[in-house]
Ligand binder design. Structure first.
Ligand code: S3P
Length: 323
């Protein structure tokens, strides 16, 4: 089973540490950096380890760190060194997210950053840019193979990258502080269905949910939608009910945009009772809702609601996930 860590991989200088810290701040997890951990373990800077002990020795330290992380670390956002992806147990440490960028994008990012010189100097493998470009080309495919999730980070703000990671990890629910404000009830570990029977049961429930959503969306086709509506959100309530609202504001950088809108539009039939989902945990219900809506978006692309670019779903007191 995967542990609850998020492991950021990618080439040197792509911004793994910065993103890890921002993701940690938003999710209430702690950020750990592999290079920092190795430096404190060896009591030497990375450059010094390479120079005095050689790269092989550094790679061995990465392997032992990887074992330690798998065994002992939970609920952390872990930024890794660019070569850490090669450790044997990478995918057992947590969900692996590859921060992807072109080589030029990375070099420009470093050149335009504060302390650019220091950032180049501390990375022995960036000393020769031609060799580094070849290494980037060689590793790109391997990073993708190891990743559970690939996020293209080029020319994106840290906020946007964090948001994309959160929504790609929607099943993992990186809700952190906001979610923990209110303890969720509504089913739980003990009530989650098991085995094949559980799987079939969940499939059936998902189909039932999809059917109800389809009817809601079809109902909207017959309604006059005010011009001010530029975004739609499906809000989940516990035990389980759902409400659809149209919003006149949308802020891609604010996971909470729907809650701040005082000028909401509610269609005539905007509510669904979802008691048939009551023995599922809130995580399962949220995941199911997001999946069902994404499938419906594919199947009914010309429905009014999906003509709108911004459609999202979430619990009323949690973050919204874009569909
Ligand atoms: C390396 C990347 C570095 C550091 C070491 C080796 C690599 O980390 O671990 O210099 O092999 O790509 P960053 O990715 O944080 O620069």
């Amino acid at each position: 089973m995967k542990s609850s860590n998020i492991v950021l991989i990618g080439f040197m200088g792509v911004g793994k540490g910065t993103v890890a810290r921002a993701l940690a701040a938003q999710s209430g997890m702690f950020a750990l950096d592999c290079d920092d951990m190795i430096e404190s373990y060896a009591n030497k800077k990375i450059g010094q380890i390479f120079k005095e002990q050689g790269e092989q020795s550094f790679r061995k330290m990465e392997e032992s760190l990887a074992k330690f992380l798998e065994k002992s670390v939970r609920c952390a956002v872990i930024s890794t060194g660019g070569g850490f992806y090669a450790v044997k147990n990478l995918n057992k440490i947590g969900t692996v997210v590859y921060l992807k960028s072109s080589f030029e994008g990375i070099i420009n990012r470093l050149k335009n950053s504060e302390n650019a010189e220091k950032k180049f100097a501390k990375r022995p493998l960036l000393a020769d840019l031609q060799k580094a470009a070849a290494l980037h080309a060689q590793r790109n495919g391997a990073y993708e193979k190891k990743a559970d999730i690939v996020i293209d980070v080029e020319n994106k703000s840290v906020k946007k990258i964090v948001k994309e990671i959160c929504s790609a990890c929607d099943g993992l629910n990186l809700k952190g502080k906001k979610m923990s404000k209110q303890k969720r009830s509504g089913g739980g570990k003990n009530s989650e269905p098991h085995g094949k029977e559980g799987k079939d049961d969940k499939l059936e429930k998902k189909e039932a949910l999809k059917q109800k959503l389809r009817e809601l969306i079809e109902g909207l086709e017959r309604e006059e939608i005010p011009k001010r509506v530029i975004a739609w959100h499906f809000d989940l309530y516990e035990p389980y009910a759902l409400e659809l609202a149209g919003s006149s504001s949308f802020d891609a950088d604010d996971n909470d945009w729907a809650c701040e809108d005082e000028d909401e539009f509610y269609p005539q039939s905007s509510r669904l009772q979802l008691e048939f989902l009551s023995e599922l945990s809130w995580r399962q219900v949220l995941k199911m809702l997001v999946q069902a809506l994404r499938e419906l978006r594919e199947q009914m692309p010309s429905a009014k609601i999906f003509e709108c670019k911004h459609v999202a779903a979430g619990f009323v007191d949690g973050d919204l996930i874009l569909i």
